[in-house]
Design a protein around this ligand. Sequence first.
Ligand SMILES: N[C@@H](CCC(=O)N[C@@H](CS)C(=O)NCC(=O)O)C(=O)O
Length: 185
Amino acid sequence: MIDHVSVRVLDFPRSVEFYKAALAPLGYDLLMEYPGAAGLGTPGKPDVWLMQTDKPLNPTHVALSSQRDLVDAFHAAALAAGGTDNGPPGVRADYHPHYYAAFILDPEGNNIEVVCHADPNARPVAAARPAARKAAARKPAARKLAARKPAAKVAAKPKKKAAAKLSARKPATKAARGTKKKSRR
Ligand SMILES: N[C@@H](CCC(=O)N[C@@H](CS)C(=O)NCC(=O)O)C(=O)O
């Protein structure tokens, strides 16, 4: 699991303002700041860091996971904050059937994406709970199965009886062999 990423930027103050505005719909804020470094994230821990550099930039791609309405909100907010459209909100079926994403180039050319992978037709977790209840209700079947176990043990007992019968049959077998030997003579 990725913990955080760093995006290098030349114009640090401009990028901080851009990311604050673009990621605000996702609940992101500026959480930590050092000279030349700013950490954005949802309350608790920054996971997107902006790092000032004076070296030539090699634009990077960062994708944040969210939900569909927030993909739309990110795209609108990032455009309003001065980002460049790199792909409007929508499904990218060539990635997978429910890959709903939007892409923005930040002021330095980094490709920032917000994506939702969820199937919009999937039943919400709350609706799925009755199924869990059904599964729990099915447990008596498991109990029945467990109740059947002693029967399995009972079934094992006749094996001992069968073994006893077999050993009881041994003399007869010997006798039979004896008969056979006799018959060979
Ligand atoms: N304009 C394209 C953008 C697609 C895009 O940027 N895809 C990402 C992968 S999810 C990518 O190619 N990233 C590589 C990069 O930016 O270097 C769209 O709207 O679908």
